[in-house]
Ligand binder design. Structure first.
Ligand code: IMP
Length: 173
């Protein structure tokens, strides 16, 4: 049987987000921030993070699909685009995890063409050992080892997103 090994508890997630919120607010001063949640994986992180940031915050979402023919190449495209104009605005991309970096690299290049005032990134998780492209991540919740994780928004075939903690997924041996 596959089993789940807790890597980051709900309490650790809560405590880390309580630190990130004020850091993000300090970076942007009193100005409005458009938080851009990358669906679906970031939906819980986004919900908790925006509540930890004081002052004017708006919420926007976009969906990306990655097609991975092999583990080393990926084609990313936007499946659901933003409905708001981000030109001249302070934007914070809210990601669940940065793995190879391909998704974020594509997203940042695309969003930058829309001329935001600032474009920063907060990712709950970071797997630096898997990086294929250098991407700027301004706030990382937790660096994790090279393991497949689920929970708190992250899925395996759409399952496990509802777990309140992050777990390493160990498949059947
Ligand atoms: P990247 O383009 O390789 O950086 O991958 C980003 C996307 O891959 C994330 O937004 C996740 O949807 C997915 N992903 C990468 N690693 C994991 C994992 O360990 N568990 C679940 N999803 C993952």
């Amino acid at each position: 049987m596959a089993h789940l090994e807790t890597l980051i508890s709900a309490e650790q997630i809560r405590a880390r987000i309580a630190e990130l919120g004020p850091e993000i607010r300090a970076h942007f001063g009193d100005e409005p921030i458009v938080c851009i949640g990358v669906l679906k994986g970031s939906f819980l992180f986004m919900a908790d993070l925006v509540r930890a940031i004081d002052g004017p915050v708006s919420c926007a979402f976009l969906g990306v699909s990655s097609y991975r023919g092999t583990r080393t190449s990926g084609t990313v495209r936007i499946s659901h685009d933003l409905t708001e104009n981000i030109e001249g605005k302070n934007c914070l991309v809210v990601e669940d995890i940065v793995d190879t970096g391909l998704t974020l690299d594509y997203l940042l290049r695309t969003l930058n063409t829309r001329n935001p005032k600032k474009l920063a990134v907060a990712s709950l998780l970071d797997k630096p050992s898997r990086r294929q492209v250098e991407v700027p991540v301004d706030w990382v919740g937790f660096e994790i080892p090279n393991a497949f994780v689920v929970g708190y928004g992250l899925d395996l075939d759409q399952i496990y997103r509802n777990l309140p903690y992050i777990a390493i997924y160990h498949p059947d041996e």
